[in-house]
Write a protein that binds this ligand. Structure first.
Ligand code: FAD
Ligand code: SF4
Length: 459
């Protein structure tokens, strides 16, 4: 049988229609498309795709179940390695992971592994099967933060009978999945379903509790928790330290996206509205920059992304860059802001300088260097900084004996998430700095295994 060289296209809403609302952009495979895509798999004996998956999903086995029309069987294979497949199928950078290693990709387009994962998870979720609550084992664990690392850790422990409480600073559980990644890429109902699944397993969610303020890690131990997992992420935004950053209309992508995604600032009568800008400049080139730009577009603004390297170096997922372009986002490459100009305290334009690329820097990417005298202005009444984030210092400043790196990340033992403080484990962005959903989930899962061993030994 001849192989179709390209992946089967995933039905997607037209750019002009979707850029005017917050509904999901990609619609997912139908059963027919999923089976046809699964039939492109070569079932390689050495399974290179599995080596590209940070949680080691048995990809060829799940794909062959899809090809046979056994979608629930495929779900069982995925779920034995990944607790958030409907999320990962949507947001994982597959082109750099499993699909990047796919043998078929040498000659043709790789198998659409992410699209198949999404299809399998959505098909299973539509059946609304509630998990069975396991027999309690009498031990209690506290999880700080309800992002993918905290959810994965809580889920694994709950399946083993632990009484787990997740403490979340915000009023809704899900971490970046609810406050950062927009509805049009990851519908919040999907995240809510995962959280409900964990609650059905017995996990208790306590929202509006800031560990380090409302309660400390010491108080959690005093309260009878035998171990604590810290999955508090990296939510502290960076700014450029250029003149004009304190003008009205200049904000971090974190604040902008939280207002939009968590506080629904795009709805009429929202309690925390955002400025409906005429022209927005977004500074940065990662997923966060794409998300901020596409949200601003949906609020009716003309949007320009300013990035200091070229298209080739853009760290955002290729698909997100393509979607942003289709939706009419402008890109100003090889440029960096040097000043934000204001009138009456409000941002009115951004002065940028042209850049050129020279020898690679420590990250291995070509180093951008300024071209003197090349300044130009972009009109903007809103400027969004999407320059990366670092871990919030609150927990490290209130927890004795917790060793951290100079840049703020918690130091852990590889593979277990064990910190320098007895009984405290950590994982996800709080340890690595801003990374990915699947890496955070993998870290939560391995920490759960280490916590189980720790409590069985000392508990
Ligand atoms: P988080 O998801 O950050 O969750 C941490 C949670 O801890 C938060 O809910 C926070 O409120 C809570 N918390 C913090 N401090 C405290 C405290 N003191 N007490 C109680 N709770 C606390 N990754 C991808 O793989 N694909 C993508 O497409 C992608 N897009 C992204 C888009 C945006 C806008 C952003 C910001 C990130 C994106 N990422 C993406 C990265 C990914 O979302 C993160 O790497 C991942 O969510 C990290 O998970 P985590 O569990 O470590 O932390
Ligand atoms: Fe199938 Fe690609 Fe994995 Fe080979 S590498 S088994 S073709 S998904």
């Amino acid at each position: 049988m001849s192989i179709k060289p390209e992946k089967h296209q995933m039905p997607t809403r037209a750019a002009a229609e979707r850029a005017a609302d917050f509904g999901e952009v990609a619609l997912g495979y139908t059963a027919e498309l999923a089976v046809a895509e699964a039939q492109r798999c070569l079932h390689c004996k050495n399974k290179p795709c599995v080596t590209g998956c940070p949680v080691g999903i048995d990809i060829p086995t799940f794909i062959s179940r899809v090809a046979d029309g056994d979608f629930e069987g495929a779900y069982t294979v995925i779920n034995s390695a990944s607790s958030l497949p409907a999320v990962c199928g949507r947001v994982c950078p597959q082109e750099r992971q499993c699909e990047g290693k796919c043998t078929l990709g040498i000659k043709y387009e790789p198998v659409g592994i992410g699209r198949l994962e999404r299809f399998v998870a959505d098909t299973h979720n539509a059946k609304d099967i509630k998990p069975e609550r396991p027999e309690p084992n009498g031990h209690r664990v506290a999880v700080v933060g309800s992002g993918p690392s905290g959810l994965a850790c809580a889920g694994e422990l709950a399946k083993n009978g632990y009484a787990v409480t997740v403490f979340e600073a915000l009023h809704a559980a899900g971490g970046v999945l609810v406050y950062g990644i927009p509805e049009f890429r990851l519908p919040k109902a999907i995240v809510a379903r995962e959280v409900e699944g964990l609650a059905a397993l017995g996990v208790e969610f306590r929202t509006n509790v800031v560990i380090g303020k409302t309660l400390t890690v010491d108080e959690l131990f005093a309260d009878g928790y035998e171990a604590v997992f810290i999955g508090s992420g990296a939510g502290l935004p960076k700014f450029m330290n250029i003149p004009g950053e304190s003008l009205c209309g200049v904000l971090s992508a974190n604040e902008f996206l939280t207002r939009i995604n968590l506080m629904k600032a795009y709805e009429e009568g929202s309690a925390t509205p955002v400025r409906r800008a005429r022209r927005t400049v977004v500074v940065g080139g990662g997923n966060v920059a794409m998300d901020a730009a596409r949200c601003a577009k949906r609020l009716g603004s003309e949007v320009t992304i300013v990035y200091r390297r070229t298209e080739k170096e853009l760290p955002a997922r290729r698909e997100e860059v393509e979607h942003a372009r289709e939706e009419g986002i402008n890109f100003e490459m090889l440029a960096t802001p040097v000043e934000i100009n204001g009138a009456d305290g409000n941002a009115v334009s951004v002065t940028c300088r042209r850049m050129k690329l020279s020898a690679p820097d420590k990250s291995g990417r070509a180093r951008p260097e300024p071209i003197e005298g090349s300044e130009f202005d972009i009109p903007a009444d809103c400027v969004i900084m999407a320059l990366g984030t670092s871990p919030n210092p609150l927990i490290r400043n209130t927890t004795d004996g917790l060793a951290v790196h100079e840049w703020g990340g918690i130091i852990v033992e590889d593979g277990t998430g064990k910190t320098s403080r007895e009984g405290v484990f950590a994982g996800g962005d709080a340890v690595t700095g801003a990374a990915t959903v699947i890496l955070a989930m993998g870290a939560g899962k391995s920490a759960a295994k280490a916590i189980d061993e720790y409590i069985k030994q000392y508990g």
